[in-house]
Design a protein around this ligand. Structure first.
Ligand code: MG
Length: 386
């Protein structure tokens, strides 16, 4: 059947998606989305080589994403997807494989069977694409953008299919078609083939082979992979009473006839939660990030420590599901300040308040807290990682 090369088009900048990095380099199930896509083709027995087409500005992202993979050297894409595909095809002209699969990097759930179906069809026709018959009733909207949008008519869907990738082509035919139609704007490679008069077959696509275009699509992908990894962390802290007229507890100044002794503001509640967050990612404890010997942290508000731990979670693609802290002391009474504490913690970490819990308890007069020597706190954090 001859040599087959997969052209994986990853040159887009994903303006629709937003975010700091292009979507094909974002994490999906703990690895870059592009890596999952590339692997689908590298692992396919009928695919001999994989040529990525990337944006030249994304080379560093690409190198990290494709580390250790045996790929053809990536080539630079053009201003449009159509340009990028044509440049990718030109880069294979010397190799002149029998067939080429052209695939969007943003479809990471392409499966082996689908690739095989598209390739097999090339025995009969010069081009084949996966598609799914449209099952929803289609409406044509009337002109005008103001709501309510009105329906102008119902479209007959009986012969309509949604096109996917990879689209399979006999190489010389599609290269020739792209060269001839380079000046026309066409939305997929099958349209280029059609424009050049090639017969294009439809093979059965897959609903899972959807294109990741929005943040919702990325969430759908995460769900498909089982929703990510859940971790918990715990923290415990104690500070002794000393001179003062208030104590900082869970980010709130609580009037009292003593203070808490500590290098920072000695907020046991926020310290326990900071350690819980650090514990969930195995990142040491609050003392290793903010050593009490370092004068920079003297009298610093503990919100700084908690926010830092929250930033480390975010940097690892973690999302805090909930935080729960128990403050242990005979006095002062926590109840009048509980709501303010919950709201302050939620504010520091930019969480919804219903993901934060603050509780107070005594030790029935027993132990150091019972004797009024200090305050203890226990915290627990639950985090989901993409
Ligand atoms: Mg402490």
């Amino acid at each position: 059947m001859g040599e087959c090369v997969a052209l994986v088009v990853a040159a887009g900048r994903g303006e629709r998606f937003g975010g700091e990095i292009p979507k094909q380099y974002m994490a999906l199930g703990g690895e870059p989305l592009l890596r999952r896509t590339l692997r689908a083709f590298l692992d396919h027995p009928a695919v001999d080589a994989v040529r990525p087409v990337i944006h030249p500005g994304d080379r560093a992202l690409f190198d990290v994403s494709a580390a250790g993979m045996e790929l053809l050297e990536p080539v630079a894409g053009g201003a449009t997807r159509q340009d990028s595909v044509r440049l990718g095809l030109e880069s294979l002209a010397g190799m002149a494989p029998y067939s080429v699969l052209i695939h969007d990097a943003a479809r990471p759930f392409v499966d082996e069977g689908l690739i095989s179906r598209a390739l097999s069809a090339l025995d009969e026709v010069p081009a084949a694409i996966p598609g799914i018959p449209v099952s929803d009733t289609l409406k044509r909207a009337a002109a005008g953008a103001m709501p309510p949008r009105l329906v102008a008519g119902t479209v007959d869907r009986s012969d309509l299919w949604r096109a996917q990738t990879p689209q399979a082509f006999r190489f010389t035919d599609i290269l020739d078609a792209h060269r001839r139609l380079a000046d026309e704007t066409l939305t997929d490679d099958a349209a280029v083939a059609e424009g050049a008069g090639l017969a294009v077959a439809l093979v059965t696509g897959s609903e899972d082979n959807f294109k990741i275009t929005t943040a919702d699509d990325l969430d759908r992908g995460q769900r498909l992979l089982g929703g990510g990894e859940i971790r918990t962390g715990m923290g415990y802290d104690v500070h002794r009473f000393g001179p003062g007229d208030h104590v900082m507890l869970c980010g709130v100044a609580v009037p009292f006839d003593a203070g808490l002794v500590g290098h920072s503001d000695a907020d046991v509640g926020l310290h326990a939660l900071t350690d819980a967050l650090l514990g969930a990612i195995g990142a040491g404890d609050i003392g290793s990030h903010f050593p009490p010997t370092d004068p920079r942290w003297r009298d610093v508000p503990s919100a700084t420590f908690l926010r830092h731990a929250g930033d480390l979670i975010t940097a690892r693609q973690g999302t805090i599901l909930n935080l729960d802290v128990t403050v242990i002391c005979e006095k002062p009474r926590l109840a009048p300040h509980r709501t303010a504490m919950v709201e302050r913690i939620a504010e520091i970490l930019e969480l919804a308040a219903d993901r934060v819990s603050v509780k107070g308890t005594t030790t029935e007069g027993l132990g150091f807290t019972g004797r009024g020597e200090g305050i203890a706190a226990q915290g627990i954090a639950t985090i989901i990682f993409k």
